[in-house]
Design a protein around this ligand. Structure first.
Ligand code: NAD
Ligand code: UFG
Length: 344
């Protein structure tokens, strides 16, 4: 570990992952020094090599686990970290149902370990990756931050418990500055096509699945249900460009200069159906996306999109990139990197 003494160093946990790599890039470009802590359980160092290439600046990369208290203490001692952006976590809903303890251990215990180390180091500023999943199956849309919270699977429960832990810390230590960001559906990639989402195995999420059908790696998409109460019967979501999301994190860091506890939904406010996504991706890529309608996926909800007003007012931020750009940028990444970060 090199020693650096600057007041603008941000620790990014999970910074090699999909959202973390895009945010690390923006932080570097904005002039922050960045320390990435990642155990690479769901990412590759190559992502950070490319981030450094685009930014023409390097983040400090520490391979390690947020559950390793000694490593965290060493890290807070060696770098003058003023804030933490905390992405590190496991995120597969289905896997969390099969292996709940792995999820509670990694996500909840990992976050407690991080918060304890922050307390020891007197670093009290954190931006946390929560999820729209904390609203469960909402009674109505668009979803506002004051809607009731409910976990419907262990992954969602980890997000909810971590949010509660952060609110408890704030109640007992009001000098902490905490931003809880509830993401809707991140998609797209940096417009260079050099970094993007690199799922392990067959993707669970819609956009990476469609992209792999378009590039010919998968033969067809299964659309999970066409009998929802939506404009065409398929599920509706709020797809937000990953660069808009990354910008939301910088906006949150900025807002924490004056605000103490922030809870914001990060989405566009517009809901698109599965068929809308298939059609736009097909138009943008010029490729057919064969699909068939199959049964609903267990646990899926009909519609999920945000009311973006609170984020706009609190963070002075809004998602500006539209569906065509989301699909176009995702497609460029997929075309240039048919095997993700795997170097042939
Ligand atoms: P990702 O899997 O690409 O990134 C997570 C990173 O954390 C990976 O690089 C992984 O190696 C690392 N990591 C996991 N456990 C770790 C540990 N114990 N110690 C150190 N590093 C560890 O996921 P992402 O899509 O970039 O998501 C980032 C965060 O945002 C996650 O917390 C996720 O739950 C949350 N989120 C994601 C979505 C989404 O759809 N992508 C939606 C809502 C919320
Ligand atoms: N879908 C398909 N076929 C697929 C994949 C998805 O039809 O192969 C449909 C789903 O039924 C849903 C929509 O596409 O209607 C989006 O599905 P995703 O899996 O891409 O996203 P979800 O909204 O289901 O889940 C995402 C994150 C979760 C998070 C949840 C709520 O992946 O981690 O949002 O925030 F919990």
């Amino acid at each position: 570990m090199k020693f650096k003494s600057t007041i603008s160093t941000v620790l990014v946990t999970g910074g090699a992952g999909y959202i973390g790599s895009h945010t690390t890039l923006l932080l570097l470009q904005a002039g922050y020094d960045v320390v990435v802590l990642d155990n690479f359980v769901n990412s590759k160092p190559e992502a950070l090599r490319r981030v450094a290439e685009i930014a023409a600046r390097e983040p400090e990369i520490i391979k390690g686990d947020i559950r390793d208290s000694d490593l965290l203490d060493q890290l807070f001692r060696n770098f003058s970290i003023f804030a933490v952006i905390h992405f590190a976590g496991l995120k597969a809903v289905g896997e969390s149902v099969t292996n709940p303890l792995t999820y509670y251990e990694n996500n909840v215990c990992g976050t407690v370990s991080l918060l304890q180390a922050m307390t020891r180091a007197n670093v009290t500023r954190i931006v946390f990756s929560s999820s729209a999943t904390v609203y469960g199956d909402p009674a109505s849309v668009p979803i506002r931050e004051d809607f009731p919270l409910k976990a419907t699977n262990p992954y969602g429960a980890t997000k909810l418990y971590i949010e509660e832990i952060l609110r408890d810390i704030y109640r007992s230590e009001p000098h902490w500055r905490i931003a809880i960001l509830r993401y809707f559906n991140p998609a797209g990639a940096h417009d260079s096509g050099m970094i993007g989402e690199d799922p392990c195995g067959v993707p669970n999420n819609l956009i990476p699945y469609i992209a792999q059908v378009a590039v010919g790696k998968l033969s067809e998409l299964s659309i999970f249900g066409s009998d929802y109460d939506t404009h065409d019967g398929t599920g509706v979501r709020d797809y937000i460009h990953v660069m808009d999301l990354a910008e939301g994190h910088l906006a949150a860091l900025n807002a924490l200069e004056t605000l103490s506890l922030i809870t914001c939904n990060l989405g566009t406010g517009i809901g698109y159906s599965v068929l809308d996504m298939v059609n736009t991706f097909s138009e943008v890529s010029g490729k057919p996306i064969p699909y068939r309608i199959s049964n609903r996926r267990l646990g899926d909800i009909s519609q999920c999109y945000t009311d973006p007003t609170h984020a706009r007012n609190t963070l002075n931020w809004k998602a500006g990139r539209g569906l065509t750009q989301i699909c176009g940028d995702h497609w460029r990444w997929q075309l240039k990197n048919p095997n993700g970060y795997k170097l042939e």
